[in-house]
Design a protein around this ligand. Structure first.
Ligand code: GTP
Ligand code: MG
Length: 326
């Protein structure tokens, strides 16, 4: 980096031109604790806490210049895409279905009914993300936003031990946040940028993305508001995943739609908003009573639809032995 370029790099939001202590506080109130997340802010967001339009424009531009996120040449775009990393799920077949693993800088959604294995995969990813890149990890930590009190340290221990890792060390790189309501869930994510930066978080989990929204916004009249909130929430998530080159992994429940007469009537919650904001969607279902699960890639920006099987055992997420196939 040339000295001229390095001069444009700001470490803290207070270092940005035009940001004094009072504006810094306002920015933090909005959940912008880092220059990286501020680079993804909109002028409207800043104006809403009383920062002038012109000032807001200058602050965001300086943050953008500092994190080199604004204009890029096509060859740099290739480089940025090359920065996309892939996180292993623990199953080679499932990784292959996902094009080599779960991508950073995008939202990956796993939906399926109760017990289909969504939270088990989330646990496995918390361990795998800590592996070095050569082993399919991202050499980073995990942030687990838990809405249903699902997270279990015992399960992490089992998975870590199976991989020859020390559970105590693995625990240290998993940050938990329990969300009590949908508003609280949104608040946690809106204020997550500092935790993500300070802990080198490379995996952001929301398990479940939709459960609170579904139970709080009941009836037709509240649907529009629910969808608008979900949209805002998911956009915050994608901005964080891009700013920190992290995986965003969300789980979602299903409902059956009575208006479908042919084919599968099972639909994920969240309608068009969740469908369009998740880049990659996987539908999980059980294959009988045993440990085997079927994963179906339902949508992806560039991968073909397809299916594979894996299993959930004491060890965690694994490939199915050939002779065990359903
Ligand atoms: P909901 O959150 O209820 O929608 O379900 P989910 O999709 O998150 O299901 P989850 O990931 O919690 O999967 C639960 C299933 O994983 C259980 O029914 C078991 O089949 C399996 N499982 C969970 N823990 C263990 C374990 O310690 N050992 C083994 N062998 N299987 C486990
Ligand atoms: Mg679950």
């Amino acid at each position: 980096m040339s000295s001229e370029e390095s001069e444009r790099r700001y470490r803290r939001i207070e270092d940005l031109p035009g940001v004094g202590p009072s504006i810094a506080n306002k920015l933090r109130e909005l959940g912008f604790h880092t220059v990286e997340s501020l680079a993804m802010a909109t002028i409207r967001e800043l104006v809403q806490v009383g920062i002038g339009k012109k000032r807001a424009f200058e602050i965001i531009n300086a943050a953008r210049a500092s994190s080199s996120l604004s204009f890029i040449r096509a060859d740099e775009l290739i480089e940025k895409r090359q920065n996309i990393l892939k996180l292993t799920t623990g199953s080679k077949k499932l990784d292959a279905l996902l094009g080599g693993g779960i991508e950073t800088q995008a939202i990956t959604e796993f939906y399926g009914e109760y017990g289909s294995g969504k939270s088990q995969i989330a646990h496995q990813l918390c361990v795998n993300v800590q592996l070095p890149v050569e082993r399919g990890g991202l050499d980073g930590g995990a942030l687990y936003i838990d809405t249903e009190n699902t997270f279990r340290t015992e399960r992490i221990s089992q998975m870590a031990e199976h991989m020859g890792l020390d559970p105590q060390e693995i625990f240290k790189r998993i940050i938990l946040a329990e969300a009590y309501t949908s508003d609280h869930q949104m608040f946690l994510l809106e204020n997550a940028d500092r935790v993500i930066k300070e802990n080198n978080i490379k995996l952001i989990i929301i398990d479940s993305l939709t459960a609170h929204f579904r139970s709080e916004y009941i009836g037709r009249e509240s649907l529009a508001e629910r969808q608008q909130k979900l949209n805002q929430h998911m956009h915050k998530l994608i901005r964080l995943a891009r700013a920190f080159n992290a995986v965003a992994f969300v789980t979602n429940q299903v409902m059956s739609s009575p208006d479908v007469f042919f084919g599968d009537s099972i639909r994920p919650i969240g309608g068009h908003i969740v469908a369009h904001t998740s880049h990659t969607r996987i539908y999980l279902r059980k294959a009988g009573r045993g440990p085997v699960r079927i994963a179906r890639l339902v949508s992806s920006p560039y991968l073909p639809e397809g299916e594979c099987v894996f299993r959930i055992t004491e060890n965690g997420i694994e490939d199915v032995e050939e002779n065990e196939r359903r």
